[in-house]
Design a protein around this ligand. Structure first.
Ligand code: SF4
Length: 239
């Protein structure tokens, strides 16, 4: 069972609007001297946990080949294991990046193999610093003096929020995408589902789970997720 066409169309249209607005921002940002270090072949952030809506996950699930879906399913199970065993949120993120590892949709050449349908979070994460600063362990390995230099540099770099080296307005510009997904889910299903990228993408391909969602039956959807071995309160939430 696939998600209603209206949900998928809404997500695609919201992504297209975001790309247009982000493109405009980036042109102005770089024209005024700002630097963006992200590009094809740079994948320093592709091992971060990613949160998305079920609407976005349904779009991705609708295009994956059986082989890709299998890889995403395997990855989702590692994510669930990590969520069930990590003693803290920091440790969860740390293990996610180092042990759960890179997204299975990352190609051998370092490019995203599903760039057209990648989640919002993958679209709105842009770095004003070189990739080494996006890698797990860089901050931990820095001396006190290096951390002070980093913080000073972040504060004087236009576009950051003054605390990290990511370009904040590009994250803010994605707010309408989240809102559009939220409305599309409410209209189609009478509920919203949010959670982990790989867990939701795997669930979105399961007919029993999607049938429960389409009935607006949260309890049945949770039972389906439990039966699939993919239930965890931090990885699948209904609103
Ligand atoms: S979907 Fe693409 S951009 Fe996003 S984490 Fe996976 S490989 Fe990276």
């Amino acid at each position: 069972m696939t998600a209603p066409t209206a949900v998928l169309s809404t997500v695609k249209a919201a992504y297209a609007r975001y790309e247009q607005r982000a493109g405009q921002f980036l042109r102005e940002y770089t024209a005024s001297g700002g630097q963006v270090y992200c590009g094809a072949g740079c994948f320093g952030c592709c091992n971060m946990p990613i949160r998305l809506s079920l609407a976005e996950a349904a779009l991705i699930a609708s295009v994956l080949t059986p082989e890709e879906a299998h890889k995403v399913d395997k990855h989702a199970r590692k994510v669930v294991h990590n969520a069930r065993t990590a003693p803290s949120e920091d440790e969860y993120v740390h293990r996610h990046r180092l042990k759960v590892g890179y997204c299975p949709l990352l190609g051998a050449d370092g490019a995203c193999t599903r760039y057209d349908v990648r989640p919002t979070r993958c679209r709105d994460t842009f770095s004003a610093f070189p990739a080494v600063y996006c890698q797990e362990g860089t901050w931990e390995s820095m001396t006190k003096a290096e951390r002070r230099d980093y913080q000073r540099e972040v504060r004087r770099t236009p576009g950051t929020d003054g605390e990290t080296h990511f370009i904040a307005p590009l994250e803010e510009l994605s707010e309408p995408v989240w809102n559009a997904c939220s409305r599309a889910m409410r209209q189609a299903w009478g509920l919203e589902a949010w959670g982990d990228f790989w867990v939701l993408t795997t669930l979105a391909a399961r007919s029993g789970f999607m049938a429960a969602v389409e009935r607006g039956d949260k309890g049945a959807a949770l039972r389906e997720a439990r039966q699939a071995g993919l239930e965890h309160p931090a990885l699948l939430e209904f609103a």
